[in-house]
Design a protein around this ligand. Sequence first.
Ligand SMILES: Cc1cc2nc3c(=O)[nH]c(=O)nc-3n(C[C@H](O)[C@H](O)[C@H](O)COP(=O)(O)OP(=O)(O)OC[C@H]3O[C@@H](n4cnc5c(N)ncnc54)[C@H](O)[C@@H]3O)c2cc1C
Length: 247
Amino acid sequence: MNDTAPTAVASAPAPSTDQSPPVLYPLSDGIGSVALIQHSGDDKMIVNAARVSFGGDNAAPLTGRDEKLISYLLKHKHGSPFEHNLITFKIICPIFVDRQLVRHRVGVSKNEVSARYVEVQERAYTPTQFRRQAPSNRQASVEDDGTLDQAAAHEAWANASQTAFKAYHQLLELGVTREQARGVLPLSLYTESYYTFNVRSLLHFLELRDHEGAQFETHLFARAIGQLAEPLFPVTFRAWRALHHEQ
Ligand SMILES: Cc1cc2nc3c(=O)[nH]c(=O)nc-3n(C[C@H](O)[C@H](O)[C@H](O)COP(=O)(O)OP(=O)(O)OC[C@H]3O[C@@H](n4cnc5c(N)ncnc54)[C@H](O)[C@@H]3O)c2cc1C
């Protein structure tokens, strides 16, 4: 269990025009973001995928019976009807967060910016507050109880970042290839990817990462991903949340 569960909700969606996708900024720094790019299907599609086994799929609006079926499917782990609906996000996150996202192998597609093709932008995440190692859980963190020297931590972080970017640019100026020069860049560097989940893989991802056991920053990204997906599949999310509340 992570002792520092994120309490902040991702900052509000950026004002959107008809063309711009809804975007959340989980780290509230105006860079780290989750944008909803596209999706296919809805709750009814999930019901139809399940009912086709006995020829019962139909174009009628979702009924109470359909809603019960979604709960039943989730409860009894009939996962395949949830695999027909896809949701694509553009995620800009620190490499250390992305390293955790990319561990979700099944039902998740990813394409990422290549630092072999392009010179990386000088964009790295800086925590606003540093946390302590949790005493009870070797993976987790706890909020600073006032004993951390936040100023010194900020200075050490900023120095490391500046040194790394300086070395990167020096290497490029020396004629070193981008694919080697990137080796000196920090894990806090922002990377950007398109991630496509199906609803089954998304719920599995949220169970593991929109969870207090996940790394604080990854938890914030997972929460934003869930917030953007939930209105697209409201019945499924309601049933899924009820099921988890039960357990
Ligand atoms: C809090 C937390 C701490 C973690 N700490 C570490 C760590 O210290 N080190 C580390 O390396 N990873 C760590 N992980 C990553 C973790 O082990 C998983 O790789 C990651 O959460 C993806 O989960 P998954 O395999 O269930 O998802 P997916 O890869 O999307 O797989 C989905 C499901 O498909 C099935 N499946 C997938 N691949 C196989 C397979 N090869 N064989 C059989 N069944 C399969 C499983 O049922 C699996 O649950 C951590 C994850 C969390 C949430």
